[in-house]
Design a protein around this ligand. Structure first.
Ligand code: GTP
Ligand code: MG
Length: 138
């Protein structure tokens, strides 16, 4: 059975959508293995977003992720990595399909970084790496 790291990003927590997002995960049949409201640090984000370092949206992305608490979640279930990416929808909330978290609830605020409510690991390797960053010991 797979595990994936999900984050409700600061825009989702701020807008009071944490419960709605967890509801969709549970309704899909995935198990919540860990749920913790956390404040990110530059160190954690540098590891978490290492693949994006140097890209034009990297600075604004880190700043945004530090702008308020995030809900760090580990989910578990058959093919939950792909499954959660599918629930989340496309990165750009304007293009994300209706029925998805980003498509139904995400907005384009016209800012330097896409504020798109959630993060989900994109592979088994990323999931293991990211769970190690946010929940060492899990
Ligand atoms: P995550 O689940 O958050 O990793 O989203 P993703 O896998 O759909 O996107 P990706 O890993 O490529 O990028 C990480 C985050 O950086 C995105 O969720 C956005 O917040 C932001 N981002 C990515 N690409 C762009 C872009 O082209 N422009 C802007 N403004 N922000 C971006
Ligand atoms: Mg990603």
């Amino acid at each position: 059975v797979q595990r994936s790291l999900v984050l409700v990003k600061p825009d989702g927590v701020r807008r009071g959508l944490s419960g709605e997002i967890l509801r969709r995960i549970e309704a899909k049949g995935y198990t919540l293995t860990a749920v913790e409201l956390r404040t990110a640090t530059t160190e954690i984000l540098a590891e978490h977003y290492a693949e994006h370092e140097g890209k034009p949206f990297y600075g604004p992305l880190v700043e945004f992720m530090l702008s308020g608490p995030v809900l760090a979640v580990v989910i578990e279930g058959q093919r939950c990595i792909e499954g959660f990416r599918s629930l989340a929808g496309a990165t750009d909330p304007t293009l994300a399909a209706p029925g998805t978290i980003r498509g139904d609830l995400g907005r384009d605020w016209g800012l330097a970084v896409q504020q798109n409510l959630v993060h989900g690991s994109d592979s088994e390797e990323s999931a293991a790496r990211e769970i190690g960053i946010w929940f060492p010991g899990l």
